[in-house]
Design a protein around this ligand. Structure first.
Ligand code: SF4
Length: 283
């Protein structure tokens, strides 16, 4: 199915909001206070894709609210707040019922006891179930460059093995998703995407492919765990540098389009932020 470029991101979210296509949605739908997590930010800039929502995300319905997610928000701030859009491979949280030392399920000590949950890593099956949603979200956001946070997220999107390293730059990969063949038409003149057929304006139905650059990098929770590591190959430094590379790609793109380099902080360095985040984590 060719995604419909006339759709809004809000209508895409509405379509999936009550989805129970995988067990993550079945768990979410079983509790009124758990929310489907909708991507947020600015289109046609840098799109950052994590593996899935964490606890604070599913309570607020917003992505990148956890301590690890906040690292990404702080890095973007340090880089001068480039136009960015944040989302995840799955829109529902992957979690399991936490147990005590004897394997007994734990519950809150509230009037109505509720299960205590712990985050689980992204599973390929859940990523596959949510794939059409994230692909259509990418298509509608139409980013200049994508940063994929973590190996599982990257492998699920790229459908191949991906090696993420902390020593040396990670390399952008070509990500193709279903869409209208001509990106220029879609991006610059959305109306031109329609054509007249027997007196009516209709959307094209032929299947095409749209390609994006996707840069796989370190998971933010891993970078957070390694904040105390100040060696030359530390995980936070790599995450920061890869996002900074994506910002530079965006700046070059803007320069080619407009002849103006966006004002921002892409030359910012990671040391001060790493030190500040490490102190906050300790306190
Ligand atoms: S993670 Fe995606 S596929 Fe699974 S239930 Fe949620 S919205 Fe549906």
């Amino acid at each position: 199915v060719v995604p419909d470029a006339r759709r809004t991101l809000a209508s895409l979210a509405d379509q999936w909001r009550s989805c129970t296509d995988c067990e993550l949605g079945i768990r979410r739908a079983s509790y009124d206070h758990f929310k489907f997590v909708v991507g947020e930010g600015i289109r046609r800039g840098i799109m950052l894709i994590g593996d899935g929502p964490a606890e604070r995300d599913e309570l607020t319905g917003r992505p990148f609210q956890s301590d690890a997610g906040q690292i990404i928000r702080r890095i973007l701030e340090q880089l001068g707040n480039p136009p960015a859009y944040l989302t995840n491979v799955t829109a529902c949280r992957s979690a399991s019922h936490r147990t005590d030392g004897e394997g007994q399920p734990l519950f809150t000590r509230t009037k109505t006891p509720l299960p205590v949950w712990k985050d689980e890593p992204l599973q390929m099956g859940h990523a596959t179930a949510c794939r059409t949603r994230i692909e259509e979200e990418i298509y509608l956001v139409d980013p200049v460059v994508i940063v994929v946070l973590g190996q599982t997220a990257a492998e699920s999107l790229l459908r191949r093995k991906v090696r993420i390293q902390t020593s040396g730059m990670n390399q952008p990969e070509r990500l193709t998703i279903p869409g209208v063949f001509s990106r220029a038409v879609l991006t610059e003149k959305k109306q031109a995407w329609f054509r007249k057929q027997e007196g009516k304006w209709v959307a094209p139905t032929e299947q095409g492919e749209v390609a994006y650059y996707a840069l796989p990098t370190i998971r933010p929770d891993w970078a957070r765990r390694k904040l105390a590591d100040r060696g030359p190959d530390n995980a936070f430094r790599r995450l920061f540098s890869d996002i900074r590379s994506a910002v530079r790609v965006y700046e070059q793109h803007q320069f080619m389009l407009t002849g103006v380099v966006p004002s921002g902080g892409s030359d910012a360095t990671f040391e001060a932020l790493q030190a500040a985040l490490a102190t906050e984590k300790e306190s």
